[in-house]
Design a binder for this molecule. Sequence first.
Ligand code: PFF
Length: 447
Amino acid sequence: MRKNVAQFSRIGFILSAAGAAVGLGNIWKFPYMTGVYGGGAFVMVYLITILLIGVSLLVAEMYIGKIGQADAVSNFENEAPKAKRAWAKAGYIIFIGLIIMTFYSVVIGWIFYYLYVALTGLPTNLQDAQNIFNTLYASSPWLQITFHTLSTAIVAAILFGGIKNGIEKFNLLLMPTLIVILLGLMVYAMQFEGFSKALAFMFAPDFSKLNSEAIIRAVGHSFFTLSIGIGSIMAYAAALPKETNIFRAGLWVAFLDTFIALIAGIVIFSFLFQFGGEPAKGPGLVFMSLPIIFAKLGTVGTVIALLFFLGMAFAGLTSAISLVEPAVMYLEDRYEWSKKKAVIFNSLLYYVVGILVVFSTTDGFKEYLMIGKKSLFDALEFAVDSFLMPLGGILIALFVGYALSKERVAKELVPEMGEKIFAVWYFSIRYIAPFAVLFLAYNSLTS
Ligand code: PFF
């Protein structure tokens, strides 16, 4: 049991869990993947997976946090039936968040740098845009490390405040601001002809573009975007007032996450189709194609660029704190470390590896930091997407679907969902989610 720990308010919980879910995945990754994999059909697979599997797993993870009320290791250990104590090990999924942070923090650093670019002069042509990004990425390790340090420091400062004065306060402020910024940008984009082209691109599915790789990536991304499988949502749910309806909270979080990804996509593609840019540019979409477009709009463009990158920084930071909190909670709960010590220790762990991640893409160093054919950066991202997060998702589904008795789970969730939805949800957790995730992991590891 957690001792004397402040609890979220209901709205604080929903916005904080949504803050965890809404991140670089929504504003950076989702739009560029939609571009690369051809638009509507990809979006459709993504939406279906979120509805059929994502929401079920999200609620299952919240459920473990709510009944356990402690760090993930203790939750699995204490709640598993006596004969199944091996389950305690499943709680170590909390360290996946630190692995994600080794590169997530570096990318947040890039966004900080782009705020500076927006202020000092956006690139006006592709050559300049590529130069700015490639110089940062391939030949400015110290600049990247400076911004990675700044991001680490901000995340630590928020975590020092704890659930109530750090995480909740920060999310209550930043999440509504982010939504206002994105909606504002969308309203601005509505005047363009590109707006309706963007809608058509994203919502009129062309199934001929849907190959198996696109399906695997869409399914994988739906887990990443909802923050499933690494104990983040579980950590937040452990600080939840007992009477909260986690089913409804789960629906809210999934809705907000999907809504924001779609708005970000619509905004980005409206600009792109209006001013001419390649939708299939890949990871550089936001860092190369967009800045040129913003530059074309003069002063208005500078303001839009600042708002856009600020929104993206907010989205990234609210997710980053949720990536580190589970490990902080673990050290506080199990080893009685002070919050300060737990935050500093965990931050240092990912910070130091993050420096290696920076060097793994830098000329002159990168050949020493390869794992197989991949840079350390790519290898870590691949391990997280294809193996570690799916593993966490499977463990959560198996724990709730098989290790715990159905009566026990039903007792808590039937009053929240009703008999019928419970039956569908339980079926999904037992028979659909684990196998779908296994299929995903198998395919991405073998392709
Ligand atoms: N969902 C976040 C995003 O879309 O950027 C990333 C993430 C945050 C994954 C927290 C996992 C997590 F626990």
